[in-house]
Design a binder for this molecule. Structure first.
Ligand code: SF4
Length: 172
């Protein structure tokens, strides 16, 4: 049985150093949209606000009856599913995402998982049915890939580390 997840890269948040597995490759396939149909997507408040700013109303894309928890912490409500095919309401007929640059964080991260331990951010690939994992035209999760896919999240973590460091400094 394969592990539930495999480590493909490590980011040292304080120095920016990246270590990655050169043998792992990934490419999200243009004509796939498998995850847009099969996944249940949690929405953070920021995701909802960003999509509302595009002119959508929450009734069009938020399922308030489905909730996600991490342990006992509420993570968010779910992205709605289309009643006729169970897909994401933003999946267009041509198989592309109608809000791609503004898509929820969970969509940006799939099929990866980010785990933070202190100053270290580990990037794992999940053991899921995604044809982009190991694709021969794929790219390793190197510095450029991390910037493109996870840049916003890495900056968010760096910002939190800095403000935490400043608070600790103020207390000392
Ligand atoms: S992330 Fe994987 S499952 Fe989703 S569209 Fe890309 S290749 Fe398909």
């Amino acid at each position: 049985m394969r592990d539930a997840k495999s480590l493909v890269a490590t980011i040292y948040l304080d120095t920016g150093r990246v270590e990655f597995d050169p043998n792992f490759k990934f490419k999200c396939l243009d004509d796939c949209a498998k995850c847009c149909v099969e996944l249940d997507i949690p929405l953070r408040d920021e995701d909802i606000t960003r999509i509302e700013e595009l002119g959508y109303s929450t009734w069009e894309f938020v399922d308030y009856e489905k909730m996600f928890y991490r342990g006992d912490r509420f993570v968010g409500y779910a992205l709605k599913k289309r009643p006729f095919d169970g897909a994401c309401p933003f999946l267009r007929e041509d198989g592309k995402c109608a809000i791609y640059p503004h898509r929820p964080l969970a969509c940006r991260l799939y099929p990866f998982l980010l785990v933070k331990h202190g100053n270290v951010l580990e990037i794992y690939v999940r053991n899921v049915e995604c044809p982009g994992i190991g694709h021969e035209e794929g790219r390793p999760v190197d510095e450029a890939f991390i910037e493109e896919y996870f840049g916003e999240v890495v900056e968010e973590y760096r910002g939190k580390m800095k403000s935490h460091g400043a608070m600790v400094g103020q207390r000392a």
